[in-house]
Design a protein around this ligand. Structure first.
Ligand code: HEC
Length: 144
C-alpha cells in the first residue's frame, strides 16, 4: 500500500529530490510525499513572484494535485517509523487523530481553492492560505 502510494507520487511528478542518508523506507516515503507537495507550492510561488508566466490552469491543477497528495498524508505516517534524518516529532503517534486532522484541513482547503484562481492577484492569498495549513502542522509535529 505504502509502496504504491510512493510510486504513484513519483509517477505523478518527476523523480523526487534525493533524501540522502535516509535508510528507513517508510520515512523515505513520507519525505517524498512532502517533497511532492512542496513542488506544487513552488509552481504557484514562482508565478506569484513573477518568475514564471501566470497560468490559471496550472495553478488550479497544482491545487487539485495538492489536495490528492494531502489525502495520502495519514497513511504515509501510519507506521511510527524513525530515522536519524527524520524531523517528525514522536507526538504525532500520541495524537494521531489531531495530526490527521491537519492533513484533512489541507486536503479540504486545497480542494476548495482548486478552480477558483483566475487572475495573478489570486496567487498571493492562495499561497498564504495553503502555506498556513502546511505551517499549522509543521509547527506542532515537525522539528524546527
Ligand atoms: C499533517 C501534518 C503536515 C502537513 C499538513 C504538512 N506537512 Fe510537511 N511535514 C510534516 C512532517 C511530520 C514532516 C517531517 C517528516 C520526517 O522528517 O520524517 C514534514 C516534512 C516536510 C518537508 C521536508 C521533507 C524532507 O525531504 O525531509 C517538506 C518540504 C514539507 N514537509 C512540505 C510541506 C508542504 C509544502 C505542506 C503544505 C502544502 C506540508 N508539508 C504540509 C507534516 C505535515
Amino acid at each position: 500500500m505504502k509502496i504504491y502510494i510512493a510510486l504513484a507520487l513519483i509517477a505523478a511528478g518527476t523523480v523526487a529530490v534525493a533524501h540522502s542518508g535516509v535508510k528507513n523506507p517508510d520515512v523515505m516515503n513520507r519525505m517524498i510525499g512532502m517533497s511532492e507537495m512542496a513542488k506544487q507550492m513552488k509552481t504557484v510561488g514562482a508565478m506569484a513572484k513573477g518568475e514564471t508566466a501566470f497560468d490559471a490552469d496550472a495553478v488550479n491543477a497544482a491545487l487539485a494535485t495538492l489536495s490528492e497528495e494531502a489525502s495520502y498524508i495519514p497513511s504515509l505516517f501510519e507506521i511510527n517509523a524513525t530515522d536519524p534524518k527524520s524531523e517528525a516529532l514522536p507526538v504525532i503517534w500520541e495524537e494521531f487523530d489531531t495530526f490527521a486532522g491537519h492533513a484533512k484541513h489541507l486536503e479540504e482547503i486545497t480542494a476548495s481553492l482548486a478552480g477558483t484562481v483566475k487572475s495573478p492577484g489570486d496567487l498571493g492569498p492562495v499561497m498564504k492560505e495553503v502555506g498556513k495549513a502546511c505551517a499549522a502542522c509543521h509547527s506542532d509535529y515537525r522539528k524546527e
